[in-house]
Design a protein around this ligand. Structure first.
Ligand SMILES: Cc1cc2nc3c(=O)[nH]c(=O)nc-3n(C[C@H](O)[C@H](O)[C@H](O)COP(=O)(O)OP(=O)(O)OC[C@H]3O[C@@H](n4cnc5c(N)ncnc54)[C@H](O)[C@@H]3O)c2cc1C
Length: 544
């Protein structure tokens, strides 16, 4: 029998949030172990070689939401992280020769090509989104007030938290409160139709509402997903998206170095099979190889449904919690490809294969909200949209570490595909067919693209689940809908990173504020863990 190891805290999963949580705990002097199932740390934020000589961010591919406090506290820049801006933000080509190019002060001029009224309204629209994004930014590093009954002392603390939040909202004007209500409840389509008439401009913003969100832009609640993609910044510039040199794996490698510098042990190839529960307390984990690791604190970086339906013994949970976790809604409608290219694409709308600003941008191939609505309807019926929504990024235009000289790598982030195919069909049987469709779709906007593809990697929702543990391929660890956000993430009464079982914490994207490479759930979970740890030590008369 292998010896039992003992730590103050074990983290299940070495995704970026697990690493952030571990680093903060290590900084406070805890003895911490991170257990990662894969052979590489980083979860959905990793860089890997997918074709000989070609490396890319395999899943997450672009950075903005990563919290500046996390970057500072973990000294990620000193640990090698460098984030650069795209030269322009977005390029929306059409097949009939029109295009929209935004970023660096271009948007109004570009919108005016299609509608003078839209150009005139863009400033006010951006101010409105900024209002919503500011509120969100203020909330991301705070634990939501926990709606609990009983426990009068804890309840008082939660009441104070709710009061602080209420006071923050009370300082907003009535008009801004109405804006918030719109953004938290409306469909992105209804919201954008109120503002603009140009299809491409609406598609630019509408894309953010369906990213990782298996829904039509006209589904109520999608305006929130748009807002969720607006609270970020790059190098102090708000709502800007950029690229981490070396790919998204450079972020998690820097986090791992930060954690290791505080004594955190990271083990890869370590599959957690079960959380050990004794007298309603989590007190360690059992690995697939039979090893037992004991610790007073267990923090789960994995999707809550994975945690509660496969790792926590069934009898440890109440029937109500178990039922809710079994019904935790997961499924993104995302198909992800990485392609190795012999040349840059030349678009019908903006020809030329020599590197140009638009090649550094997020290239959105989905020319209207109606197109996105049809993509969702088609995927629901057929299993995937035969006219999919694709964002393409070509990070090698900003980073020469990814591809051989003169060649390029592109990320294709494709929606909508059904998380599970109808009639019990398997994604493994249809992956290649859908991958061909994605390449053909890009080729329609940039003829010759298909011929330039020298290698490719395709990840269906099932591949995302099997490779990264993302249930239903859900990129956020659970849909970002009102019933699964804020004080309901992952379950009402347990939004403060403390699970229903003492000693077990949520530190991944299934906790507030949800998905994206933010580091926020990891940061917030560490704060809750440290508060409890200090209390426990104080009660036991141990030095804190
Ligand atoms: C295709 C795709 C594209 C995306 N694009 C972007 C983007 O461009 N920008 C952005 O900001 N966000 C993007 N996201 C979202 C973002 O990547 C995720 O929300 C985020 O990385 C989740 O981080 P996490 O640390 O919470 O969890 P994860 O990264 O999912 O980490 C969880 C870890 O737990 C491990 N694990 C699972 N089971 C076990 C087990 N039994 N034992 C031990 N370890 C286990 C997994 O292997 C994984 O490493 C994208 C996600 C995907 C999938």
């Amino acid at each position: 029998m292998s010896p039992t190891q003992t730590y103050d805290a074990v983290i299940i999963g070495g995704g970026h949030n697990g690493l952030v949580c571990a680093a903060y705990l290590g900084m406070s002097g805890l003895k911490v172990k991170v257990l990662e199932r894969r052979g590489v740390i980083g979860g959905a934020a990793v860089t890997e070689e997918f074709h000989p000589g070609f490396r890319n961010s395999v899943a997450a591919y672009t950075v903005s939401l990563l919290n500046p406090k996390v970057i500072r506290d973990l000294r990620l820049n000193e640990h090698g992280l460098k984030i650069v801006e795209r030269r322009v933000q977005n390029f929306l080509p059409t097949r009939d020769g029109r295009y929209l190019l935004t970023g660096n002060g271009r948007a109004e001029r570009e919108a005016a090509k299609f509608s003078a009224a839209d150009a005139a309204r863009l400033g006010a629209f951006n101010r409105e989104i900024d209002t919503g994004a500011d509120v969100l930014r203020d909330l991301v590093l705070r634990a939501p007030p926990n709606l609990t009954s009983g426990q009068p002392l804890r309840g008082l603390g939660e009441l104070i938290k709710a009061g602080v939040l209420g006071n923050r909202l009370r300082r907003l004007s009535t008009e801004n409160l109405r804006v918030l209500l719109d953004l938290f409840t409306k469909s992105a389509g209804d919201y954008l139709d109120q503002w603009f008439e140009g299809d491409l401009l609406k598609a630019l913003f509408g894309f953010d509402a369906v990213v990782g969100n298996y829904a039509s832009p006209y589904t109520p609640g999608t305006a929130y997903v748009l807002l969720h993609h607006a609270f970020g910044e790059v190098n102090g510039k708000r709502r800007v998206w950029g690229h981490a040199i070396g790919g998204m794996g450079a972020i998690t490698q820097a986090m791992a170095k930060a954690a290791a510098s505080h004594g955190v042990e990271i083990e890869t190839g370590a599959v957690v099979r079960e959380v050990v529960i004794e007298r309603e307390h989590a007190c360690g984990v059992v690995l697939a190889d039979g090893r037992v690791i004991r610790s007073d604190i267990v923090a789960a970086n994995v999707n809550p449904r994975l945690l509660y339906t496969t790792m926590v013994p069934e009898g440890a949970l109440t029937a109500d919690v178990l039922r809710r976790m079994r019904n935790w809604r997961c499924g993104s409608g995302t198909f992800r490809m990485n392609v190795a290219l012999s040349a840059l694409p030349s678009f019908t709308a903006l020809p030329g294969s020599e590197p140009a600003d638009h090649h550094t941008s997020g290239i959105i191939m989905a020319p209207s909200l109606a197109y996105m609505d049809r993509a969702f309807a088609d995927a629901r019926q057929h299993g995937w949209s035969r006219e999919p929504i694709i964002e393409m990024l070509i990070p090698s235009t900003l980073d020469d570490t990814l591809a051989p000289k003169g060649a390029h790598v592109a990320s294709l982030f494709c929606q909508h595909v059904a998380p599970a195919l109808p009639e019990g069909r398997s994604w493994h049987a249809h992956r290649d067919e859908v991958a061909d469709l994605m390449i053909d779709t890009v080729d329609r906007y940039a003829p010759g693209f298909k011929a330039s593809v020298v290698g490719r990697q395709a990840l269906s929702p099932l591949d995302l689940e099997e490779t990264f543990g993302l249930i239903g391929g859900d990129i956020f660890h659970g849909a970002l809908t009102l019933d699964q956000l804020f004080w309901a993430r992952p379950i009402l009464g347990h939004a403060d990173y403390r699970s229903p079982l003492a000693g077990l914490y949520h530190c991944g994207s299934g906790a507030h504020p949800g998905g994206g490479v933010t580091g926020a759930p990891g940061h917030n979970a560490a704060r809750a863990i440290l508060t409890d740890w200090r209390w426990r030590r104080w009660l036991r008369h141990e030095p804190t």
